[in-house]
Design a protein around this ligand. Structure first.
Ligand SMILES: [Zn+2]
Length: 153
């Protein structure tokens, strides 16, 4: 599957139905086992047209409103969780109940800036974790995600 659309700039995006980028989103949703409804397509376009990024449900809802996509915050939440369950997104919890959704689903770590709540990717090979204890019986380590917390000097 081509991933070109993930790196394309906002100016390459159009909302016409026959747009090949739009068709890519249809294919991508179908491949993930999700029916490409109008709302899912609109949210997928908003989410993935700017490349790798982290955003909350509230962020995406605000972007949807700015783009005149009529969708409730509850639908945005549900859609983000469906996309995450389907492997299109990863969720990152940096602080309490605040969940970020990450369009970068490749294994990687994060810097978290405690002052402005910003997440910055750290390449998956950029951190090596030593001394990991053996997992409890009947389980295996799926992946290790490190959050490095930052504050200003
Ligand atoms: Zn990330």
């Amino acid at each position: 599957m081509t991933r070109i659309y993930r790196k394309s700039g906002p100016n390459t995006m159009s909302v016409t139905a026959r747009n090949p980028i739009n068709e890519n989103f249809v294919a991508r949703l179908r491949q993930a086992g999700l029916r490409p409804t109008r709302q899912r397509l609109a949210l997928a376009r908003l989410l993935f047209q700017h490349g790798d990024r982290h955003l909350t449900a509230e962020d995406l809802h605000a972007e949807a409103q700015a783009a005149r996509v009529r969708v409730s915050l509850a639908t945005v939440y549900n859609t983000l969780h469906q996309f995450t369950a389907a492997g299109l997104l990863r969720s990152v919890t940096a602080e309490g109940s605040k969940s970020y959704f990450d369009t970068n689903t490749v294994d990687h770590h994060h810097f978290y800036c405690e002052e402005d709540g910003r997440l910055v990717d750290i390449d998956g090979s950029g951190i090596r974790v030593a001394g990991l204890p053996p997992p409890p019986n009947g389980s295996k380590v799926e992946r290790v995600e490190v959050i490095v917390r930052l504050k200003s000097k």
